[in-house]
Write a protein that binds this ligand. Sequence first.
Ligand code: NDP
Length: 490
Amino acid sequence: MEKYGLYINGEWVKSSSGRTFETKNPANGETLASFAEGTREDVFKAAEAAGKAFPNWKQFPAPKRGEILLKAAAIMRARKEELGALVTKEMGKVIAEGKGDVQEAIDFLEYIAGEGRRLLGETTPSELPGKLCLTLKQPIGVVGCITPWNFPMAVPCWKLGAALICGNTIVYKPATLTPLCAAKLIEILEQAGLPAGVLNMVTGPAEVVGEAIVQHPGIRAISFTGSVATGKDIYSKASRMLKRVGLELGGRNPQIVMEDANMDLAIEGVLFGAFGTAGQRCTATSRLIIHEKVYDEVMERLLRRTKALKVGDPLDPKVDVGPVASREQEDKVLKYIQIGMEEGGKILCGGKKLKGNLYEKGFFIEPTIFEAKHGMRITKEEIFGPVLAVIKVREYGEAVKAANDVEYGLSSSIYTGNVNLAFRAIQDLEAGVTYINAPTIGAEVHLPFGGVKNTGNGTREAGTEAIHEFTEIKSVFVDFSGRLQKAQIT
Ligand code: NDP
């Protein structure tokens, strides 16, 4: 079994407590690797190393930083099969999606590497003669990145890649469920030439390692992806210290199907959106809002297709849905299924933990569809599992009202053949992302990603917006007039 320490100042070291923990495959319980359980003291060491590395990394030309990221992307591309299988083993998503996770990481690193030759500022005229005004983007300093388990390669690359290209140094805490993917990523970045101290990883429990990162006075910004509850906790603590905080939190994403939709497309879309990654994506389609005129047709076809989905070993390319990521996830999803039944939702298919030989050692739940009424908890709260709530509506206005009436606002989708309605939906849906005739999942890395309402605090990841999360703006005035000029004073 592989054993990993903490990665501090370019070295793999033991935790100061000497304690370790292991990760397991959620499909069969196999132990994958052992990791050091970091402490507060270890976070302080990591922050110190990052602080010492910062002045040099800041001076390291941004295009050269980009070359390191490009090299890391090339290594990942060469090892895509192996890394994709690792994602699948550690997190449980099916192998095609495991490779997709790695591909998204590669795409982002390649994209953001190019930003090393831009990091664009502005130039603008001065109100005075013989004077030039411009803005520069500068790194923030030491930043903390805290990532979830559902995209164990892609999400860390979004954060680490953007922070690094901008010239920041990092203390990184991966999710306790997926440290092996994180450790491989560190090895790859090291192999690509990242200098010691620039990126430091401390694995370990949220309440110790995560908390210490958030509270450390030398860590000037926090970038976090995960649940709303944790996001609020981090925001309240970090903002008291006036830290920059970037939050990408949950979703309860609707797909609307209007009466004039292409039904084949709409059904393919919801199957992929709801049950891909066993519903454990922040952008998963968790609510299907159907116009009453096509409700029966959509449901008949959707149920038939859902019942035919193959649940099983996610490494088997013929399997459609793998396990959920952990026993806690399994308990949470089953609890929500119970809640749905208690509040009057009708289970149309699925609803149970799968048992029997194949499933005995893993966390498998049947793809589940609830006929629900708008307002029930199972239509409003983030379940994060293979559970879809279906709502029937009479017209477009009612569909949009149902879609918007949740605390989240990450992704949204409408299937319609009516171009006017499509454009209305782009304006009406309260979400950071809207898809027309496509499912709620499928972000592309060169567009900003994030949400409105309780999905975040207004920051965006990916695209050029990622640069804003990790830079400070400096305004520069160059006076070449040779005399004292006083702005605003005549
Ligand atoms: P959390 O939000 O609890 O955890 C996400 C990351 O934050 C992990 O690295 C975790 O560490 C860390 N963390 C947790 N609490 C703190 C804290 N107080 N201070 C600093 N860091 C902290 O998500 P879970 O993994 O527990 O999943 C629970 C639910 O969150 C899911 O069921 C889902 O609803 C939602 N979620 C949403 C995601 C999204 O993409 N928006 C992604 C993952 C989860 P550790 O792993 O050690 O606990």
